[in-house]
Design a protein around this ligand. Structure first.
Ligand code: UTP
Length: 274
C-alpha cells in the first residue's frame, strides 16, 4: 500500500569524521554492504518500490551505488566475483531511485520537507539509514506498514533506552493502546536530563501521512536552530493521531562509533558468516 520511501541522507555525519569528510555516512559499510543498502532492502521487503533520496554536496557515491557500473561488470563478468554483485543488481531491478538535493542543512524536518516533490500527496515511509534495524522474520518497516493498514495514521518507531541516553533522541509520552502501540500525546526533542517524558526514544523509522508537509512548512526552527520533525509530529499528534510503535528486532545506532562496531560484529556473525 505504501510505495514510497524517503531517505534523508544530506547530513554531514560529523561524529564519523574524518571518514565522512568526502564519503557519505550512508555509504559506510557494515561488513560488505553500505548502510543505505540495508535500509533499501528493508523498504523493498515492506513492499515499497520508489526510493526517494535526499542528498547534499559530495554525495555522488550514493547515486553511483544504485546504478550500473558497466566497466566493473565487464571486468568481472564470467568470474566467481560476479556473484558478489547479485544482491545489488536485484535491488536496482526491484525499485526506482530518485534524488533531490537539500541545499542547506536545516535539520531532519527540513530534509523531509525537501523530499515533498518526490513523495507527492501520498503516505510514505522515512528511513534514517544510520539506524540499522535487523529482524529476521519481518523487517521493522514491514511491521509498521502492516500497522498503517490498520490505523491509517502517522507511526513512529520507538525503543526503550536508558534514561541517561534520552537526551540524544526525540522522546514520546502517551496512552498505551496495546503492549506495543501508544497513542502519542507529548514529544520532546533531545530533552534535558531529568526532563524526559518517558524512556521511549524515536528511532529512524517513520510512516508519515502527507499532511506532515503543511505542518513542516509552518514549523519554526527548534532545538539546535534546526527544523525538527519532532516538533511537526507533536503538532500532528495534537490535531489528529500519531502512534508510537515498539518494534520487534534489534537497532544499532551506526551514526556513533560504538553502534557501528556493534552492528559490524553482529552482522558478521549472524548474517555474513551464515
Ligand atoms: P543526524 O544528526 O543523526 O545525522 O541526522 P548527521 O547530522 O549526518 O550526523 P552527525 O550528528 O553530524 O554525526 C539524522 C538523519 O537526518 C539526515 C542525516 O543525513 C541523518 O540520516 N539529515 C539531517 C539531513 O538529511 N539533513 C539535515 O539537515 C539534517
Amino acid at each position: 500500500m505504501i510505495k514510497k520511501c524517503l531517505f534523508p541522507a544530506a547530513g554531514y555525519g560529523t561524529r564519523f569524521l574524518p571518514a565522512t569528510k568526502s564519503m557519505p555516512k550512508e555509504m559506510m559499510p557494515i561488513v560488505n554492504k553500505p548502510l543505505i543498502e540495508y535500509g533499501v532492502d528493508e523498504a523493498i521487503q515492506a513492499g515499497m518500490t520508489d526510493m526517494a533520496i535526499v542528498t547534499g554536496r559530495g554525495k555522488h557515491a550514493l547515486m553511483d551505488h544504485f546504478d550500473m557500473n558497466y566497466e566493473l561488470e565487464h571486468q568481472i563478468s564470467g568470474t566467481a566475483k560476479e556473484a558478489l554483485l547479485n544482491d545489488i543488481r536485484d535491488v536496482i531491478d526491484s525499485a526506482s531511485f530518485t534524488y533531490i538535493r537539500q541545499r542547506e542543512m536545516k535539520g531532519l524536518g527540513h530534509a523531509i520537507l525537501t523530499g515533498r516533490e518526490l513523495v507527492g500527496d501520498n503516505p510514505f515511509a522515512v528511513v534514517l539509514a544510520d539506524d540499522l534495524c535487523i529482524n529476521e522474520d519481518q523487517g521493522v518497516l514491514a511491521q509498521m506498514a502492516a500497522l498503517y493498514k490498520q490505523f491509517r495514521c502517522t507511526i513512529v518507531a520507538v525503543e526503550e533506552v536508558p534514561r541517561d541516553e534520552t537526551h540524544k533522541y526525540g522522546v514520546i509520552a502517551g496512552e498505551p493502546l496495546t503492549d506495543s502501540i501508544i497513542r502519542v500525546t507529548d514529544m520532546v526533542e533531545k530533552p534535558e536530563p531529568g526532563k524526559e517524558p518517558s524512556n521511549l526514544a524515536i528511532i529512524g523509522r517513520y510512516i508519515l501521512t502527507p499532511d506532515i508537509f503543511e505542518i513542516l512548512e509552518n514549523t519554526q526552527p527548534g532545538k539546535g536552530g534546526e527544523i525538527q520533525i519532532t516538533d511537526a509530529l507533536l503538532e500532528q499528534a495534537k490535531n489528529g493521531c500519531v502512534l508510537a510503535y515498539k518494534f520487534k528486532g534489534k537497532r544499532f545506532d551506526c551514526g556513533s562509533v560504538e553502534g557501528f562496531i556493534e552492528a559490524t560484529n553482529y552482522c558478521y556473525e549472524n548474517i555474513y558468516k551464515k
